[in-house]
Design a protein around this ligand. Sequence first.
Ligand code: PAF
Length: 265
Amino acid sequence: MNLKLEHPVALVPTMGALHAGHQSLIKIAKELAKNVVVSIFVNPLQFENTNDFSNYPKSLDADTKLAQEVGATFVWIPTFEEIYPNEPTIISAGEIGNLFEGVHRFGHFDGVLTVVKRLFDLTNPEFAVFGEKDFQQLFLIKDMVEKLGLPIKIISAPTIRDSSGLAMSSRNIRLSASDRESAIGIYRALEAANSAPNIEAARVKLVNGIGAIPNFMPDYAELIDENTFEVAKPDTANVRAIVAGWINGVRLIDNMVMTKLGVSK
Ligand code: PAF
């Protein structure tokens, strides 16, 4: 059953534990449509790690306030049965879904696309807003919308960082003070890569910077062509650094466009 919503609708899909990053998405949504739906659903299909799923932070009352404060007209907290009344039709994220995040979180992007498609089916939004922090996710959602010919405009929103540079994430509240200090190293490594004169030097700065972070167990740290997810070569035009890994059981992910690298900018 579809929700009865006044259109146009801008949808901001979330898994809750909202923070300033989510609020920035809601503000962007509010500029696009009067009716802003914020969904809060921790989607089991996209967690390959049961601890990560069961430890995922939950704060529904605070979430509702934070969302309404910046213009959400409907905070939608669906049940599992509402999202998946039947065995879900799994949407494959294809080859790019098996790279980087997909290597370390097997099936993750199939789970993301499956839930996002269900959220789209149930709300029929004209717009949907996603953060650039999960850059591979954003890429694959845009790709799905294009391939399925869905009449939805996907809007990407810049990563919001705290004053130290740490990218805002719901998982950050699980970081101790010293973990947080380590986590800032990810931003510093990205910035260092961005200060390098060429791809080779940038890769060295990124990998060394990431390798030097205390307690950080990286899954990957790479420079990619942001249009294809291929590893960047000296002649790649649009280069982005992507990083993910774990600090004391907390998964962190970040990325940064390399503004000084690449050709024909
Ligand atoms: O980015 C997220 O919070 C989730 O992956 C999303 C898009 C809400 C799907 O569950």
